[in-house]
Design a binder for this molecule. Structure first.
Ligand SMILES: [Zn+2]
Ligand SMILES: [Zn+2]
Length: 138
C-alpha cells in the first residue's frame, strides 16, 4: 500500500500519513451527504496523531454525532473540500475523506454504515457488511 497522501481541490490543504489504515468504510449518513453534496463519504480511518497537515490547516465545522458527542468536520476554507473528521465517540482515530486521496487504487471499503439513510439508487456490494447506523463499538 502506498503512503497515504492527498489534499483538497485547490491544493491549499495537503496531508500525509505514514501509518497503515485501521479500516475503510462507506458512510451513508445524512450529514455526510450534506457535507459532501453527494451520496456518501468514503472514510479511511488512521490512528490519531498520524495524520500530518503539510500546508494550510483546515477549518472546522463542529457537528454533532448520534452519540451526542461532537464530530469535528475539517474542511478547506478556500475551496470547501471535506478533508477529515474527528469523532469524539471514537477518539483513537481520524477519518480521512478518501475522495481527497491522490491515489485510491488500493482503496477497498470494508463496510457500509448508516444504510438506513442511504439513497435508494445506491447499489451496495453484497461482499461487505451493511450496518443500519453507526457500527457497534470495536
Ligand atoms: Zn482547498
Ligand atoms: Zn457519515
Amino acid at each position: 500500500m502506498p503512503t497515504i497522501q492527498g489534499g483538497c481541490l485547490c491544493g491549499a490543504v495537503r496531508y500525509r500519513c505514514d501509518a497503515a489504515p485501521l479500516m475503510t468504510a462507506i458512510c451513508n449518513c445524512k450529514n455526510c451527504q450534506r457535507q459532501t453534496g453527494t451520496s456518501f463519504s468514503i472514510l479511511v480511518a488512521v490512528p490519531k496523531g498520524t495524520l500530518v497537515m503539510e500546508r494550510a490547516q483546515p477549518d472546522t465545522y463542529r457537528d454533532m454525532g448520534e452519540s451526542g458527542l461532537p464530530v469535528l468536520r475539517r474542511f478547506c476554507s478556500k475551496c470547501g473540500s471535506p478533508i477529515f473528521s474527528e469523532v469524539a465517540a471514537v477518539p483513537a482515530m481520524d477519518f480521512i475523506k478518501a475522495g481527497t486521496l491522490d491515489d485510491t487504487s488500493w482503496l477497498e471499503p470494508q463496510v457500509n454504515i448508516w444504510c438506513d439513510s442511504a439513497q435508494k439508487w445506491v447499489h451496495m456490494s453484497d461482499a461487505i457488511p451493511r450496518v443500519p447506523r453507526n457500527p457497534p463499538p470495536a
